[in-house]
Design a protein around this ligand. Structure first.
Ligand SMILES: [Zn+2]
Length: 345
């Protein structure tokens, strides 16, 4: 019997080219950057050191996290800040062997505190272009609607997205789930479809399985999280039949108490039902790890076989909105890694 030791699994994970499909640029704000931006922009924050900030990263639930997340964002003021933030993520993405990223951003979290939409998007866009040149990471930008704000606000934000149709590829839905079901944004998602945007939505992270059902009714092409689908067998069957993808974020789910432990993480159940599972990092510094760490922790907890890990990496490419040619290009690289791995074990 071949034993798959943790170092072997880690090197396999690292060797695999991957796509990251669930990552919030604002959620990549490292403590060091919070301090740097606060100083530069003269924003008062209640922390003096990286250690103090890290100590604050103890969340009981999604609400707890969102409070800290939104207060951290106050340090971001101008185009340069968004450029630096995005570049910082891309550097780490490259270290994690991410070859394609579908990056979410929350413009409403900035425009409502007086930062210009243009500054946010231009900063992010410049970094994505430079990241592609420097690291070869292809990208798609997801404008995520804050579901705890009004539909009118969402519609106005969508009009902004329309102006930047050449940069923004998809519309998403995030933030506080309770009391903000996907159906609230029916009009917004209909318009987004008409405008030709891809559509995704967070659903079933803290919200009930019915929210996942509603997200499907909105016509989304992927479900972000979707973890609570496990509570509804009929829904699981439906999702499996559709071969829809879930962008799972294990360390986020663990830190926010969406799951009690990774040993019971329902990844295999989803996969068996036919759902296309992918692994992502959501808001890495807040939850304790970038994409490879998420793969590693799940692989360890569930004792995933190398074939299963390779399958998840392939899923990330297939479930992405990258052009078919780009998908084939990355899948070929994964096949090479797979062959090398099999030849050497
Ligand atoms: Zn998320």
């Amino acid at each position: 019997m071949i034993m798959h030791s943790p170092p072997m699994i880690s090197s396999l994970i690292n060797a695999l080219p991957k796509a990251e499909l669930h990552i919030h640029v604002e959620g990549t704000l490292e403590p060091e950057l919070i301090l740097e931006f606060a100083k530069k922009n003269k924003v008062q924050i209640p922390y003096n050191s990286v250690e103090e900030i890290k100590k604050a990263y103890r969340f009981k639930n999604l609400e707890d996290f969102l409070n800290l997340y939104y207060s951290g964002l106050r340090v971001l003021k101008d185009e340069d800040d968004f450029y630096t933030l995005t570049m910082n993520y891309l550097e780490r993405a490259n270290e994690n062997n991410i070859r394609h990223v579908e990056l979410s951003f929350d413009p409403q979290a900035h425009t409502r505190r007086g930062v210009k939409f243009e500054d946010v998007i231009e900063g992010i866009h410049s970094a994505l272009k430079d990241g592609k040149k420097k690291y070869g990471i292809s990208w798609l930008l997801i404008l995520s609607i804050l579901r705890d704000l009004s539909v009118e606000d969402a519609m106005q934000t969508l009009s902004k997205a329309e102006e930047y149709k050449d940069i923004i590829g998809a519309i998403g839905l995030d933030s506080s789930e309770f009391g903000n079901p996907p159906s609230k944004f029916k009009k917004v998602f209909e318009k987004a479809k008409t405008l030709g945007f891809h559509r995704v939505a967070h659903a079933g992270e803290e919200g009930p399985p019915s929210y996942i059902h509603e997200a499907i009714e909105l016509g989304v092409e992927r479900i972000d999280h979707g973890i609570r689908a496990i509570e509804d067998e009929k829904l699981m069957q439906e999702l499996g039949k559709m071969r829809i993808a879930f962008t799972l974020c294990p360390l986020s789910n663990l830190k926010l108490n969406v799951v009690k432990s990774l040993e019971n993480y329902p990844l295999r159940e989803f996969s068996k039902a036919g759902i296309m599972v992918t692994i992502n990092s959501d808001d890495p510094p807040y939850f304790g790890g970038y994409i490879n760490k998420n793969y590693e922790e799940v692989a360890k907890a569930l004792d995933l076989k190398p074939e299963e890990i390779i399958e998840i990496a392939k899923n990330s490419i297939i479930a992405s909105f990258a052009p078919e040619r780009r998908k084939r290009e990355i899948l070929r690289k994964i096949n090479k890694v797979e062959k090398n791995y099999l030849d050497n074990t």
